[in-house]
Design a protein around this ligand. Structure first.
Ligand code: AHR
Length: 331
């Protein structure tokens, strides 16, 4: 009798242990539901088209780490807005705490942002902007003042060309409808209309990629070589264009035929500028992570946060740079 009691209690203990283990396995602590370990952020990144974009993704993933109390889910939309919509709907289903969107183009966001709002999930827009009827659909938009960037380029070009009889400008454009494209384009088009000696001889579509920049420039240079200025809306298109210019035997930079204006000011572009190959680098800062985190902290502590936050940016010519500055550039 005693013996069978002991066997029974051993059996019960064993069964209880199995219960504990199995419930431990099927009920893994989930960051998205129940008792949360991390604040979960769904990040819809528009793509990986440029060095700038890669630095932007890195800045986000280095900031929103488990060690800092976050789980960051990054979805790369490969420059397709539809892919962003699909990712955002997944984030809603997963019940993330907050969604960060780097939108590919400005238009077309009303419906999806309404869905996110109905799900009660706050949204932060980074880098480019969204053109929505109701800006209550997002908490804040953190990024560059792209029009100001274009104006910095225009100011510099004015200085350089005040004595020139004519200035033929070749314009390489980024993704149509993206804030970075719209505003940089606006700056040069507005300036052309007020400078009788300036002429935009062509606008080529480079989609912010090096491959496309190279392709369209190569094609263009087969028939046209009379260019004084290349106004290129990002560094990677510029690198492609420089290769095409080299192959076409057209010189650029100091003492060259073409002055190059480029946007982003990545380390590689700054080095070309210091080497006298690029004439002007307009900065576009991709290191958004720390600023986004700061704003999320303020939001979570109940503070009202500003609707639009611009990052400070500058423009560099060869004279502004030193090798040390180039080395220190972290993107
Ligand atoms: O929106 C920022 C722009 O997008 C950067 O200039 C470019 O490099 C990126 O692809």
């Amino acid at each position: 009798m005693r013996r069978s009691c002991k066997t029974l209690s051993v059996l019960i203990t064993l069964l209880l242990m199995i219960g504990v283990f199995t419930s431990g396995c099927s009920d893994t602590p989930d960051a998205k539901t129940g008792d949360k370990e991390f604040y979960v952020i769904g990040f819809s990144q528009l793509g990986s088209e440029s060095d700038w974009r890669i630095a932007n993704t890195k800045s986000m993933s280095q900031t929103f780490t488990n060690d800092n109390g976050y789980e960051l889910i990054i979805e790369n939309a490969k420059q397709q807005q539809d892919n962003q919509f699909a990712a955002i709907r997944r984030f809603i289903l997963e019940g993330v705490d907050l969604i960060v969107i780097a939108p590919t183009i400005e238009e077309g966001w009303d419906m999806i942002l309404n869905e996110v709002q109905s799900a009660g999930i706050p949204v932060i827009i980074i880098d480019r902007s969204v053109a929505v009827r109701n800006d209550d659909l997002y908490l804040t938009n953190i990024g560059s003042d792209f029009l100001h960037q274009g104006e910095l380029a225009v100011e510099w070009l004015e200085d350089q060309t005040s004595d020139s009889e004519y200035v033929n400008i070749l314009h390489l454009q980024g993704t149509y409808g993206a804030t970075a494209q719209l505003m940089r384009t606006k700056a040069i088009e507005d300036a052309e209309s007020t400078h009788s000696n300036w002429k935009i001889v062509a606008q080529l579509y480079g989609d912010f990629t090096e491959a496309k920049g190279y392709e369209v420039m190569t094609e263009y240079l087969k028939k046209n070589k009379d260019i004084d200025v290349l106004y290129s809306e990002n560094d990677n298109m510029t690198f492609g264009a420089m290769r095409a210019l080299d192959e076409a035997g057209i010189t650029y930079g100091e003492n060259g035929q073409v002055k190059i204006i480029t946007f982003d000011a990545t380390k590689t572009a700054l080095q070309y500028c210091l080497d006298g190959k690029i004439s002007l680098c307009v900065e576009c800062n991709p290191m958004h992570g720390p600023l986004v985190e700061q704003l999320i902290k303020r939001y979570r502590s109940g503070e009202t946060i500003p609707k639009h936050v611009f990052i400070d940016e500058a423009a560099f010519t060869r004279e502004d740079l030193t090798q040390e500055m180039v080395e220190e550039r972290d993107y």
